[in-house]
Design a protein around this ligand. Structure first.
Ligand code: SAM
Length: 274
């Protein structure tokens, strides 16, 4: 069966990297692990052999029958044909309360999947993910650089992120055009800064990073309506409350600055409602 580009199918072919991923995950008997995109089972098999309870979500209906047959002898493995972006993870892992995630992620949906997984952080406590190297650069970037942006701040607010190792294109079939890295995303017990409204933080991050070369004030002018801001005066007041210079660019802000600005917006909207 040919690999399908539309599903981002680059199958892991080098046993060395498979082993390194499994060592990094260190699956434990009885724990619940969700695998996104099992493909032909390169990671699913060693995960299954660990005795962990594996829930593998595969979108490609042509791969599912082979997976189901291949793991028929494992009572701890459940193969689900579904889109990982649409799944209700909380329900899926029942009766477990928490699970870890393992995935050699299809690159075309890595940002929305990351967003979804982070939003489920109360029950998905750790993710070991193979991603395009540039995506890992963005996840781990510090303020001030080109890579620092929306993905960095939504991930770093709630998670500790560690790049584990790089994987060359030759480790996959078909060979992709990009380099890959394996990353561990571990959910923090407490977020790095107080955020009382997740949606406000996420939308604010989208708005202020929309045009990287523009100042905060100009980005707020363009997208502030989404945040309940109706005029420049309100935008300047929110920035002043958060003690942030309107002439700064978003890439210079620490995660805690963005959280402070989100809180200022939440409080402003509350005051208006009261
Ligand atoms: N885990 C396998 C491996 O390491 O060889 C396959 C990895 S391949 C990069 C990505 C897998 O994710 C493919 O099997 C693909 O069909 C599947 N996939 C793509 N989009 C998906 C989605 N939205 N939901 C679930 N699986 C998806």
């Amino acid at each position: 069966m040919r690999a399908k580009r539309r599903f981002g199918q680059n199958f892991l072919a080098e046993p060395r990297y498979r082993q390194r991923i499994i060592q990094a995950v260190n699956p434990q008997p009885g724990e619940t692990i969700i695998e996104i995109g099992p493909g032909r089972g390169a990671l699913t098999r060693p995960l299954a052999e660990s005795g962990a309870r594996i829930i593998a979500i595969e979108i490609d209906r042509e791969l599912v029958p082979d997976l189901a047959a291949g793991f028929a002898g494992f009572s701890n493995v459940r193969i689900i044909e579904a889109d990982a972006l649409e799944v209700d993870y909380c329900k899926l892992i029942e009766p477990a309360l928490t699970a870890r995630v393992v995935a050699n992620l299809p690159y075309y949906i890595s940002t929305p999947i990351l967003q979804k997984l982070i939003s489920c952080r109360r029950y998905l406590t750790e993710m070991t993910l193979m991603l395009q190297r540039e995506v890992v650069d963005r996840l781990t970037a510090a303020p001030g650089g080109k890579q620092y942006g929306y993905l960095s701040v939504i991930a770093q607010l709630n998670c500790e992120i560690a790049r584990l190792f790089d994987v060359p294109p030759g480790a996959f079939r078909p060979v992709p055009k990009v380099d890959s890295s394996v990353v561990r995303v571990r959910v923090l017990d407490e977020p790095r800064a107080r955020v009382s409204d997740d949606t406000m933080f996420t939308e604010l991050a989208q708005v202020i990073f929309a045009q990287r070369r523009k100042t905060l004030l100009n980005n707020l002018r363009a997208g502030g309506a989404r945040l309940g801001l109706s005029g420049v005066f309100e935008m300047e007041a929110a920035l002043a409350r958060a003690r942030i210079d309107p002439a700064r660019r978003a890439e210079t802000l620490a995660v805690s600055d963005i959280a402070a600005l989100a809180e200022a917006l939440v409080n402003k909207n509350r005051e208006i409602e009261e």
